[in-house]
Design a protein around this ligand. Structure first.
Ligand SMILES: C[S@@+](CC[C@H](N)C(=O)[O-])C[C@H]1O[C@@H](n2cnc3c(N)ncnc32)[C@H](O)[C@@H]1O
Length: 273
């Protein structure tokens, strides 16, 4: 299928899935390839026939939705963000946790792919903060809609390309290397659990001190869906809790219930209500 044809199709289909075309501009080739494969599987002639097929087979929209998931991730993605989380955010949350008489910081990684982001938080805690806060622990819940990715997250074994941004010391102390695989040791895995969940429909049991929702809702979802997701995140966060979005993302306009805290890092604080 020609690029222009695929763009035209995506610009027609994405709003019907409550998604936005600009988020897909850069990654469209990946999605177009999957759509092409689907067209062949269905023995259709072209994308126009697929469009007609969608109009008479409403269930196909669910399948198309699954073809529009982008799963790019890696450990320590956007290093500056995790440095900030280690230097400023987690110490503030450790204080908040201690002041409220609790001993566990609760974190939610939404759209956790194969676990890279959730485990990065566990590593930051272990290597940067655990010695300073011996009485405080952390627990991270990763939610993901794709069950294949969840399986990989649970196995916690990665190729070099996924771990290449980690400091050398973390890599050698936290992973067991066998051949091309880097497998995270159990003591890091046990701080994290994964749930199969669609952020458009539900949130895990909170309340949380920090929610990371990066490179998902605020890139791919349309504005009305972004606002719904943001409401769900708001309800899941404790007062003064932290929301981290992707460094290239923005919250929808007019939102006053999250205030920028470290704005060039996409770090917001929940406002008191
Ligand atoms: C681009 S990855 C981002 C991973 C990670 N947050 C990061 O920034 O590196 C987006 C992830 O969100 C997942 N996802 C897509 N739609 C979702 C939904 N409705 N609910 C939960 N996860 C979803 C995708 O399967 C994918 O693993």
């Amino acid at each position: 299928m020609k690029d222009a044809k695929c763009i035209q199709f995506l610009q027609w289909a994405l709003p019907r899935l409550r998604m936005r075309w600009p988020g897909f501009r850069k990654v469209r080739r990946q999605v177009c390839k999957r759509i092409n494969r689907r067209i062949s599987e269905l023995r259709l002639n072209d994308v126009e026939s697929y469009r007609e097929y969608l109009q008479v087979h409403p269930d196909e929209w669910i399948y198309l939705d699954s073809l529009c998931r982008i799963s790019i991730s890696r450990f320590y993605r956007d290093k500056g963000v995790f440095d900030c989380i280690g230097d400023k955010v987690l110490p503030a949350l450790a204080q908040l946790t201690a002041n409220s008489g609790n001993n566990t910081i609760k974190c939610w990684s939404a759209g956790s792919a194969s676990g890279e982001e959730a485990y990065t938080i566990a590593l930051v805690w272990q290597f940067v903060l655990s010695l300073d806060y011996p009485d405080i622990g952390i627990h991270i819940t990763g939610t993901e809609v794709d069950n294949n990715l969840l399986g990989r997250a649970e196995r916690a074994c990665y190729l070099q390309s996924s771990v290449k941004d980690l400091p050398e010391k973390w890599l050698s102390q936290a992973f067991n290397r066998t051949g091309k695989q880097y497998c995270l040791y159990p003591e890091f895995r046990e701080k994290v659990n994964f749930i199969s969940q669609d952020i458009r429909l539900a949130a895990p049991d909170g309340p949380f001190h920090i929610v990371l929702c990066r490179n998902l809702a605020f890139t791919y979802f349309d504005i009305s869906l972004q606002k719904e997701v943001l409401g769900r995140i708001f309800d899941s966060l404790l007062n003064e809790g932290i929301l981290v979005i992707g460094i290239h993302e923005l919250l929808p306009g007019g939102i006053t219930y999250f205030r920028p805290w470290i704005s060039n890092m996409g770090i917001y604080r929940k406002a008191f209500v």
